[in-house]
Design a protein around this ligand. Structure first.
Ligand SMILES: Cc1cc2nc3c(=O)[nH]c(=O)nc-3n(C[C@H](O)[C@H](O)[C@H](O)COP(=O)(O)O)c2cc1C
Length: 171
């Protein structure tokens, strides 16, 4: 697929066919996360691949009972393993690093004809406990991946002129 078509096609998918993603396709998607940029190239992440049906159901329950999450072929939990690290700007990079990897995976999955959805709304403590994630790490987000069973309509986006200005800040 042309890159622009991948960008245009990627949408958050919240309905999935109950069909497994072949391992080699999943590994190509994970590879796109492995190659993602991260602050100081620390690669401070671990991605938990959740395929077990019972585990997916528990994750869906912990994600505000959004049970469609369990229909995805895979749920990936993005864990920041160096959550106290700060960039030169003073900002924490951990969520940014995971978000960048998730963006790579979303686009790679789209290119494979798959759908994804970032899940940021979940019981963090309960999910960490369930997944056995050490206390000191941060569970930044969950990413569902699977074969789409919906075609979302067009999504509202701000116009370009609303989101840019030139040289200096202007409202
Ligand atoms: C950081 C982040 C958190 C999100 N959390 C959720 C979520 O908890 N549940 C959900 O259904 N969608 C979630 N989304 C998906 C957004 O709602 C979606 O990206 C947005 O509405 C734009 O739609 P599109 O992805 O189809 O272009 C999240 C997206 C991002 C980037």
């Amino acid at each position: 697929m042309e890159f622009i078509d991948v960008i245009l096609k990627r949408r958050s998918i919240r309905a999935y066919k109950r069909k497994n993603i072949p391992e080699e396709i999943l590994m190509r998607i994970i590879e796109s996360a492995r190659l993602a940029p991260s602050a100081s190239n620390l690669q401070p992440w671990k991605f938990i691949i959740i395929r077990d049906n019972k585990a997916k159901q528990e994750i869906a329950r912990l994600a505000k009972e959004r049970m469609w999450i369990a229909d995805a072929s895979v749920i990936i939990a993005g864990v920041a393993t160096n959550p106290d690290y700060r960039m030169g700007s003073g900002q924490s990079s951990s969520a940014i690093d995971i978000a960048t990897a998730f963006a790579h995976m979303s686009l790679a999955a789209t290119d494979e004809g798959l759908g994804t959805c970032w899940i940021g709304s979940f019981d963090s403590d309960g999910s960490k406990r369930f997944l056995g994630i050490p206390e000191k790490f941060l569970l930044v987000g969950l990413l569902t991946i699977g074969y789409p069973d919906e075609k979302p309509g067009e999504k509202d986006r701000k116009r370009i002129q609303e989101i840019i200005c030139y040289e200096k800040w202007s409202d």
